[in-house]
Design a protein around this ligand. Structure first.
Ligand SMILES: [Zn+2]
Ligand SMILES: [Zn+2]
Length: 342
């Protein structure tokens, strides 16, 4: 029987269409493996082409005499500009703000061919430390109210350049979807006196059936009302509202859990296009007891169609419990991942 499940933080309903249920492996891309070269002379993100990008904001390690492992640059085709002020303008019902914001690109590594699933855990930890440094630096700007860190992997996920990279956009407004979730979380906190995310994570760890993998400090799980197949969330086990508060020990564990999850998706679903995003409370909610940040990994295996656009509801054809079981069974270790090629 089909079933409607309610997403616990967005409160949106999802149709789990078991009638048209697909076995998880049916969603694998079956794309031919096309090995990428490690270096492309014309790629602006490859080493030696640093002058083809805008001047860098940050590099790790920060000694300019050493070769870089991770680099941050302003986006050459930025969606928002830090050169203007976020001046608000209201005319009748038309509300406008001058396009202030920051749009940065984080180049994951000098290697053109290695997506994050194929990098060593220690390198993923360096990328996460760079995310944290930029997140905390931009949070200090009083004009910034929300920061989204995200990755587009593959053309269907919106990547326009092949060289593996992530992005960060800091906006002068809180997106209404984020505000809605903050309100739902606050309502739960006021009603019950607890963080609803902490409660959910505790229950899920106990129930086990939707857990993909668990580290010492983070857990990756399929949502009970997952809107799309294999949408996987990684939650810190310690309560934290802001990604900016992640400790060095937590960075190391998140790097392991995130990289392992990406490798399982890469191997099990044959390198599908995907997005991931760090969903953190806006700067002024740092320390809030009602919100809990997390990483959301969304493989792009199905297309959003008319029903989703018209209703905001999703139809998911893979049971979250089957997706979790499938990913749990995909064997990856560093050797397998590093030799898999692109
Ligand atoms: Zn490149
Ligand atoms: Zn919590």
């Amino acid at each position: 029987m089909p079933e409607l499940r309610q997403n616990f933080f967005s409160k949106e309903w999802v149709i789990i269409a078991t009638e048209r249920a697909k076995r998880p492996e049916e969603l694998a891309t079956h794309r031919p493996v096309q090995p990428l070269p490690s270096f492309v002379e014309t790629c602006p993100f490859c080493p030696g082409n640093e002058s083809k990008t805008p001047p860098e904001v940050l590099r790790a390690p920060d000694n300019p005499a050493e070769p870089w492992a991770v680099r941050v640059i302003p986006n050459k085709f930025a969606a928002l500009s830090s050169e203007v002020q976020p001046t608000r303008n209201l005319q009748h019902l038309r509300r406008r703000i001058d396009g202030f914001g920051f749009h940065e690109v984080i180049i994951d590594s000098p290697d053109h061919a290695r997506c994050m699933a194929l990098l060593p855990d220690e390198h993923v930890a360096s990328i996460l430390r760079v995310y944290r440094e930029r997140y905390n630096a931009l949070s200090l700007d009083r004009r910034v109210t929300h920061i989204t860190i995200f990755k587009n992997h593959g053309a269907d996920a919106g990547a326009s350049l092949q060289h593996p990279h992530s992005q960060l956009i800091a906006t002068p407004v809180i997106p209404s979807q984020v505000r809605h979730r903050l309100h739902e979380a606050l309502r739960h906190y006021d009603d019950v006196g607890e963080c609803m995310f902490c409660h959910m994570v505790e229950r899920e760890v106990e129930d086990e059936m939707r857990i993909v993998l668990k580290g010492e400090r983070f857990v990756a799980l399929e949502e009970f009302a997952s809107p799309t197949p294999f949408a996987t969330h990684i939650f810190p086990l310690r309560h934290m509202a802001s990604f900016g508060d992640i400790s060095d020990l937590e960075v190391a564990d998140l790097a392991h859990v995130l990289r392992t999850l990406l490798a399982k998706i890469y191997v099990g679903l044959e390198n599908p296009d995907l997005n991931f995003t760090v969903r953190s409370a806006p700067a002024e909610y740092t320390g809030a007891r009602h919100f809990h940040w997390y990483v959301s990994v969304i493989p792009r295996l199905t297309r959003v169609a008319g029903f989703e656009l018209g209703s905001g509801m999703f139809i998911n054809t893979v049971l979250p419990e089957s997706a979790a079981e499938f990913l749990r069974k995909v064997a990856v270790d560093r050797g397998v991942a590093a030799n898999a090629g692109q």
